[in-house]
Design a protein around this ligand. Structure first.
Ligand code: AMP
Ligand code: MG
Length: 183
């Protein structure tokens, strides 16, 4: 089994209106059965529907217009991500996508639908955010930043950047490695 701790960044606006969000960064950490940090992945994605990032989005994520202009489109980036997942585990091994909340799976699904791609690869997923709330008997799920504080862990890197967020979530994941419920 390979655990893929994944975090997405997406286009966003201060006032949402009716614009669909699209992935602009995929960050991930792969952890093996032994709880070893085996590899990391990071890629920018050029959005199709709204290729110009809002100032709000640039400020939130620190992702610049140039980074997405130079990036691959979603189908290519997803292919690279899927190849990386395959390379992280030996061929017959399974993987579980783990993210802080359900948002990342839903966003992946939406982008797959937008580009006419198969979404079956998303079937094995858990929300660490919801499981963390259960493990800790919290009344409701809390954000990653709060969870890091609770754990006495530092928020390393830049919040709202895919790989940095994934690395920070992975630290929480490893603190409770034995306790997550797999699908
Ligand atoms: P995160 O993993 O917390 O960085 O959030 C992932 C994506 O959700 C961001 O790239 C934004 O598209 C969106 N998002 C997160 N926080 C906000 C916010 N405060 N306002 C609007 N969109 C947000
Ligand atoms: Mg993030």
């Amino acid at each position: 089994m390979v655990y893929i701790i994944v975090d997405l960044e997406a286009t966003c606006w201060e006032k949402r209106e009716n614009r669909p969000n699209e992935i602009i960064e995929i960050g991930a950490v792969a952890i093996n059965d032994e709880g070893e940090w085996i590899d990391e992945f990071d890629i920018f994605v050029k959005p199709l529907l709204h290729p110009v990032l809002s100032d709000f989005c640039i400020q939130l994520t620190s992702i610049t217009q140039e980074m997405v202009d130079k990036a691959s489109n979603f189908p290519q980036a997803l292919q690279e991500f899927q190849n990386w997942i395959t390379n992280c585990g030996s061929t017959e091994e399974d993987y579980v996508l783990c993210s802080w909340g359900h948002y990342d799976r839903v966003q992946f699904k939406n982008d797959c639908v937008l580009h006419g791609l198969d979404a079956a690869w998303l079937a094995s997923h858990i929300s660490l955010k919801h499981q963390y709330a259960d493990l800790k008997n919290l009344r409701r799920p809390i954000g990653m930043k709060k969870a890091l504080q609770r754990e006495g862990l530092k928020l390393d890197g830049t919040h709202h950047r895919g790989l940095d967020d994934a690395q920070n979530i992975a630290k929480i994941f490893l603190n409770y490695f034995e306790f997550w419920t797999m699908p």
